[in-house]
Design a protein around this ligand. Structure first.
Ligand code: AMP
Length: 218
């Protein structure tokens, strides 16, 4: 299946996508991950994107659309993909439609993750990640057994620069203004399913697999 995961930052899209990747061998295409990799590698694209990302603002459409187009062109092995964090604006969604049509790829479902603002802030502000192997933790819900160190590789964990309070506020505002209109966009195309994202990772995954069964039967 080819899917889009829609929802505010911190609702658990990436975590659930990782589960599907592990279970079904689907490919996760996360624009946030791709951009962070470009920043780490110091590429021209990374240098362009960094200032926007640190402030919690969106990277210009043309940059992310180009990135996704390139990645989708390389994907085509039929194992299915999950677009995580793309599209985030109406122009991005229109560009995606165009690219999928051009490459003869069908989109099977758009899953809209829903979570209260209070819980989103709790999840984002407690998130920590490993700068070396990219493993992610949460200080309260899934802490590293070694405290400040990564369980997998031992590196010292860091907080993402855009998981600080002021950037979180900006990201949520940007979501409301620019991304939330996509709910209506995909509802009209009758391809949208809602997913309640509160509770444990396992509980959400169970709900997600049920929603996907319904999508694949449609
Ligand atoms: P994420 O990890 O999905 O929360 O993305 C982290 C940051 O990367 C966002 O706050 C944006 O600055 C940037 N970004 C990721 N995906 C997109 C996108 N589709 N459009 C614009 N900017 C994006």
């Amino acid at each position: 299946m080819n899917l889009v995961f829609l929802g505010a930052p911190g609702v658990g899209k990436g975590t659930q996508a990782d589960r599907l990747v592990a279970q079904y061998g689907m490919r996760k295409i996360s624009t946030g991950d791709l951009l962070r990799e470009a920043v780490r590698n110091g590429t021209e694209l990374g240098q362009q994107a960094k200032a926007y990302m640190d402030r919690g603002q969106l990277v210009p459409d043309a940059v992310v659309i180009g990135l996704v187009k390139e990645t989708l062109a390389k994907t085509g092995d039929g194992s299915g993909f999950i677009l995580d964090g793309f599209p985030r604006t109406v122009p991005q969604a229109q560009a995606l439609e165009h690219v999928l049509e051009e490459q003869g790829i069908r989109l099977h479902g758009v899953i809209n993750f829903r979570l209260s603002r209070e819980e989103i802030v709790r999840r984002l502000s407690g998130r920590r990640s490993c700068p070396n192997c990219q493993a992610t933790y949460h200080v309260q819900f899934s802490p590293s057994r070694q405290g400040e160190q990564c369980d997998r590789c031992g590196a010292t964990l860091v907080q993402r620069s855009d998981d600080r309070q002021d950037a979180i506020e900006t990201r949520l505002k940007v979501y409301e203004e620019q991304t939330a209109p996509l709910i209506n966009f995909y509802e009209k195309k009758q391809i949208l399913s809602h997913l309640e994202s509160e509770g444990s990772v396992d509980a959400v995954y169970e709900r997600l697999t049920k929603v996907l069964e319904a999508c694949s039967a449609a």
